[in-house]
Design a protein around this ligand. Sequence first.
Ligand SMILES: NC(=O)c1ccc[n+]([C@@H]2O[C@H](COP(=O)([O-])OP(=O)(O)OC[C@H]3O[C@@H](n4cnc5c(N)ncnc54)[C@H](OP(=O)(O)O)[C@@H]3O)[C@@H](O)[C@H]2O)c1
Length: 320
Amino acid sequence: MRAMVQISYGSPEVVVLQEIATPSPGNKEILIRVHAAKVGPSDCAFRKGDPFMIKLLYGLSRPKFAIGGTELAGEVEAVGKEVKHFKAGDRVLGMSAKNFGAYAEYKCLSEESPLAVIPDNITYEEAVGVCDGGATALTFLRDQAKLRKGQKVLINGASGAVGIYAVQLAKYYGAEVTGVCSGGNESIVRKAGADFVIDYTREDFTKADKAYDIVFDAVGKRTFSACKRVLTAKGIYLTTTPRLSILFQMIRTSLFKGKRAVFAAAGLMQNKANLTFLMELANNGTLSAVIDRRYPLERLPDAHNYVETERKKGNVIIQF
Ligand SMILES: NC(=O)c1ccc[n+]([C@@H]2O[C@H](COP(=O)([O-])OP(=O)(O)OC[C@H]3O[C@@H](n4cnc5c(N)ncnc54)[C@H](OP(=O)(O)O)[C@@H]3O)[C@@H](O)[C@H]2O)c1
């Protein structure tokens, strides 16, 4: 099979196309013929081995897993002898956060992995798009912040993958949503359902008078200290990026009843129920995929270069 293989950490060019053996499913595994995968900032971070924590976890001098990519969508090609819930021909969405491997034509996943059947009217690209960002936004808003109807929510970075699904999910849960993006992205953020849009190149939301129950910094560009001013008395600041400061602030604010700061490794907290729920929301039109660019598998380095501009809107998809 064709796979994009990475033999060292480094620039996008360390990832090269190779012909390697197609894997066979173990007894409890399914073999998926991959049709779509995604590239986001975390994939670039793993490729670079930066932050250093990645090298500590996944290999100091070279990545333990030579094929990157976590979210994938495709068709079940074969199943192991003990697989109960999937059969050849099923269209599935899956996540492989433990050993990656989405940038290859075939991938084996344990039946117990985060996996969901894709509804008939959702394409592979849409499914993987909704999962990239949607799963993270769901974990932050529903599980960490316990978002309730009528709350005021601000999403910073509303045009990114996490942000655009955070806007849609916050509306679904009945919040009043303010999206923060640059002026050129206002239309996609409004289309996603934002009630208000702030252009961060013209206005700093942390200096305005409006207070929010939840400030979700989906792109990790604003600190808890800066956002505290615009949180309600028991408001929550959520961030997708782990800094040392946020870890201290999380511990400190959890000891008191006031404003709280929260980081979560949402990518590692996914399960079948979340993916199935996201597919239901996509199927009934609550969530729509926002796909910015598509690249064929062999142009994965170009996709990485684009994602690293930090300008992508919604998802960047790898096609097979
Ligand atoms: N904790 C977790 O489990 C988890 C899971 C997934 C992702 N993440 C992290 O979450 C972050 C976001 O991921 P993503 O895929 O959503 O990112 P992304 O799509 O690559 O973000 C790009 C978007 O960010 C916007 N942006 C850039 N600078 C901005 C600023 N200063 N203020 C507001 N918006 C700005 C850009 O809009 P403009 O062009 O308008 O500026 C662009 O649309 C990444 O750091 C990623 O590693 C964490």
